[in-house]
Design a protein around this ligand. Structure first.
Ligand code: THU
Length: 160
């Protein structure tokens, strides 16, 4: 028997003003995308922005549905948009922002488990990590270097 320890290194920024200009520009695109989310049921609005190697920025936001499970998270809307429009262009970075019309979201909101799995597929596909920045509406921002660090022991095609 042996014990292993998986660490998730992350940078924590106090607010958006501490980010580099590139990072804050991408986060602002996530915020803009968040404002166009369709979330009449949860009233929880999420925006995601992906920076691609060709300098394109692909955004997405959550799209809800009266049949609740038929809705989709912002991160998967964005990653599938990028995967379908730019299948051979690498993703360099993802920024996520979340807000609510019920309360102030002042903690960083990381991608849900299903989104981590979907995002991880593209990191593996492109054989290159991409960093993930996430925040609420205000307050701290967390930055991790890869999807891999957000989803240790992930399921991948090697098991199939
Ligand atoms: N949501 C996202 O868009 N991304 C996540 O990672 C977590 C949750 C959305 C789904 C739903 O529309 C709303 O937030 C509340 O769960």
């Amino acid at each position: 028997m042996r014990k292993i320890q998986i660490a998730t290194p992350a940078m924590v920024y106090n607010d958006i003003s501490e980010l580099s200009s590139e990072d804050s520009m991408l986060m602002n695109r996530a915020v803009e995308a968040r404002k166009k989310a369709y979330a009449p049921y949860s009233k929880f609005y999420v925006g995601a922005a992906l920076l691609l190697e060709n300098n394109e920025i692909v955004t997405g936001n959550n799209q809800e549905n009266a049949a609740y499970p038929s809705g989709m998270c912002a991160e998967r809307v964005a990653i599938w948009k990028a995967g379908s429009e730019y299948p051979n262009v690498k993703i360099l970075q993802l920024a996520i922002s979340a807000s609510s019309s019920i309360h102030t979201v002042d903690k960083p909101v990381g991608p849900c488990g299903a989104c981590r799995q979907s995002l991880s597929e593209y990191e593996i596909k492109q054989k290159q990590h991409f960093s993930v920045l996430f925040m609420g509406e205000v307050g701290e921002i967390i930055k991790t270097a890869s999807l891999d660090s957000l989803l240790p022991f992930s399921f991948d095609s090697s098991y199939l």
